[in-house]
Ligand binder design. Sequence first.
Ligand code: FES
Length: 577
Amino acid sequence: MSFAIYFLKNPIFKTAAESSFLFEKSSSRLRVKDIPEGSSKHNLREFGDIFISRTGNEIRSCTTKCQHSGGSLNLIEGSAKAKCARHGWELDLRSMSYVNPVNGPKQPEILVTIDEAECILSKSDEVAVDYQLKTQRELESGEFKFEFWTHACGVITFADKTIITDPWLVGPAFIRGWWLDHQPPTNWLERLIESDFIYISHNHSDHLNSYTLEILRNTLNERRKSEPLFIVPDFQNQSVEVPLRSIGFRNLLMLKFFEWTTLTQDCRVMLLPDTSGRSDSALVVDYKGHLLLNTVDCANPASLNLPSQVDIWLGAFAGGATGYPICWTEQYGISAVKKMLLQNKETGLQRIQEIASACRPKIAVPFAGYFNVSHPFDSEVRDLLQKRSWEDFEDSVRKANPATAIWLPTSGAEIDLGEKFNQNPHAIKHPQNKPISNHNFKKYTDIVDSVAKRFPNTDENVGHYFRWAGFRDSMILNIVEFDDQFENEISNRTIDLQTQTVVQSVPERVRFLRIKVRWSVLRWLYVTGASWEEMAIGFQARFFRVPDTYELHFWDHFQNNLPPTPPIYAAKSSPQV
Ligand code: FES
């Protein structure tokens, strides 16, 4: 039986299948006299790297993993703070709270008990989730297969059923920022129509892609065919459910985390949460006791408490899915941004290694990273982008498990778990596809422009958008619209987020964020009411802030908590571009 440790302290887990929890305890002991005053870093067998903060007899402790996305926290010399190497979050070790972002979350603490001269560190609230793995049964050739198509999209076949994952098969993602590396099979639409299940891991448009899903919806309507069953994580914010329903899909299988759901007599699936705080999910497919694990973009899938010895692991490898720091060169300068990107590359490799060592796959597939920023107007971003290669992925996986085979997919290539080659410790590789030579950029940028032109561009309507968004704070937002090349300024507005109105002069207020953005992208956001992640991850804006502090609540609101239906504007006016 395989099990994994899980923390009840995190509220997200309270909905998990409690019947499958088992108790587990572990602890470490240190002599109190060996713990120095102030903040110090230690390495303990049971915990790995931890911080201990001591003020006299008050001792607190936590791991060195950042709450944001699992990066490594490092002590800031001469202070009681630690800073994350990835995106700069700062943790005050005396209060165990993040101070950058302002009013940031709490860091989960290790329980500390003082017993005379000893300090006992323990994970006393731990419980374990029992994955209740079944004894493996022999597979026939062709019975359980994975076929790669594009980016995070592939076909999992078990017996005569199929699950298609995250179909992004046409057009761009993130408004006009990302473009596919691989050409999908020519019959992708027919196969999507005939699929039994479609899994949508989260709401980013490289996973929930409206160009692809609208083609599917319209074709099903034309042919009067019933839709596949969508496997959807039951996020509290309904971030996958609402857009699927608005496209017109109704056949949704809403799954809670950590519960097995039977699809056929021999096949069941389980969704796992991303505990880094993002609404993302991972998928486990169990067919006759053989496991496929797709961790998609999860920075911290189930806090790394994964089923061990999976047969095949689909793991994101490339990174780069963030506008920070690449769109912040005005803030930091190009050379500092380059340095930060290199650091991020390294910590991402460490994370791949950690996931690989948790799930110990027989075969690992570099997955969900096959995009490019190839629009000619995005050359500046393209030059800075530091994506990890599949070779980097291979090195990290091998460090964790030298026997894992690496399968480098090409579109249409498949791996058959009924074949015996998965015992082979050597890499199973295919040459990579040639990049798509024609993305038809204009067709899609014209679509963005035509939506943008529907925005009645007045101060009053901009104010209306921010009142619709519903975020109020003592913060000043300066939004400067630019043409597509970021050469000519088109408009410059300042929004006081306390009054949610456009103001004529910049009030004296310390917290200031300037966003330089393509006019069409901004107005597309105003019209569609879409998440600002579409703009930020798609590298469609440039940012500058005073002070240089991450405004967690602002970004969380505009990225994850906008109202589910778009704003309605009072009046139309001719576009002012
Ligand atoms: S700031 Fe730590 S992972 Fe992002």
